[in-house]
Ligand binder design. Structure first.
Ligand code: AHR
Length: 352
């Protein structure tokens, strides 16, 4: 049975299952909290045709988790990796086998195949990009190894994986575009000329955040004057911003799909003698330094994305081991960070 789990495809499922669902900080539709976890929000979608359960196959009392990680491109990623390394330790009943794809989708597919060959007991896949995963996931399923998708969703049949845990990237984007709309109205900004720095093309983090901007731009007559990927890195964010600035085009807003590219864009503005505070800069993630920049007024808002997924993924794995039903999709609880809550959010922000 083929069922897409991209954000667009989720809308109908969520509408069916979420009577009384709310919106979060004026953003997109988000499901209501239905569990007692402090950092996650569950959708009540059920598993279809997937009957694998995490098991201690070799009976050593330790579950070996193969983690197919994206890379080390950002502060978010560093915090995400650390969260797994801290949690999946023997004291918690786990052993972590870590595979770094270095942002290469082909390498990552080979990484997963290597984890299957090693006979890990469960695989956690944080996919670099969305496409081409069916054969690999089928191989894991055939080998009897459950797969947890984390961080970025995949548009594959939901009978190819156990569960998804991570951000709702489209909702994050909607929180930011809603902020932009409100900010423009309250500051009498009548024209939006937007520089759009995109993340890794084809990652669902990019797809969801870009979709929110494209839709809001069409609905509000905003102009996207430049659109280029900065691949979620500071260096590339700076490079593409520098190349835009050389074109001498008008712009007043920067929509940057992660904090690292935002830091790069700010450096490019400063190098060109421009004051970043005179632009409306919006970002994603919520690293400590970026939240501090919201406090200072350099960044106007951040669509928060929580990287500290290790313990929650661990809970889902334990539930699967106990034979408990687990949701097909669990979204991290995330908020919009702006001048109204940045000082508070700074106290718990991740990274540096
Ligand atoms: O998938 C999450 C995204 O990946 C984060 O926004 C970005 O910083 C990271 O590289």
């Amino acid at each position: 049975m083929k069922k897409q789990i991209t954000v667009a495809g989720l809308a109908a499922l969520m509408a069916l299952s979420l009577a009384g669902c709310g919106t979060n900080n004026g953003g997109g539709t988000t499901p209501p909290p239905t569990t007692d976890t402090s950092t996650s929000t569950d959708t009540a979608t059920s598993s279809t045709g997937y009957n694998l359960q995490v098991k201690d196959v070799n009976g050593d009392g330790i579950i070996t988790v193969g983690f197919a990680q994206v890379g080390a491109e950002s502060g978010w990623r560093t915090a995400n990796t650390q969260s797994y390394k801290d949690y999946f330790v023997e004291a918690n009943g786990f052993k972590l086998v870590f595979a770094d794809a270095n942002q290469d989708p082909d390498k990552q597919k080979q990484d997963v195949r290597d984890l299957i060959a090693q006979g890990v007991e469960v695989i956690d896949l944080a996919p670099v990009t969305d496409s081409g995963w069916e054969p690999v996931l089928q191989e894991a399923k055939d080998a009897g190894i459950p797969v947890v998708i984390s961080d970025r969703q995949l548009s594959v049949s939901d009978d190819l994986y156990l569960t998804y845990f991570g951000g709702d990237m489209y909702a994050e984007g909607q929180r930011v575009t809603d902020f932009l709309k409100t900010y423009m109205a309250s500051n009498n900004i009548t024209t939006a000329n937007i520089v759009h720095l995109q993340g890794t093309i084809g990652s669902t983090a990019q797809i969801g955040r870009s979709k929110a901007l494209t839709e809001a731009a069409a609905a509000n007559n905003w102009n996207i004057v430049y659109e280029q990927t900065g691949e979620f890195t500071q260096a590339k964010g700076q490079e593409v911003m520098e190349s835009f600035l050389q074109q001498n085009k008008d712009f007043n807003i920067i929509y940057s799909e992660n904090d690292d590219m935002t830091y790069g864009a700010i450096a490019a503005l400063q190098a060109a003698g421009k004051d970043p505070k005179s632009y409306v800069i919006v970002s994603f993630d919520g690293n400590k330094s970026a939240v501090q920049m919201v406090v200072d007024g350099t960044i106007k808002a951040i669509g928060q994305c929580n990287p500290l997924l290790g313990p929650q993924v661990g809970d889902l794995i334990k539930k699967s081991m106990n034979g408990e039903a687990i949701p097909k999709i669990t979204y991290s609880q995330e908020v919009l960070i702006d001048s109204t809550n940045a000082a508070e959010q700074l106290k718990t922000a991740f990274g540096s």
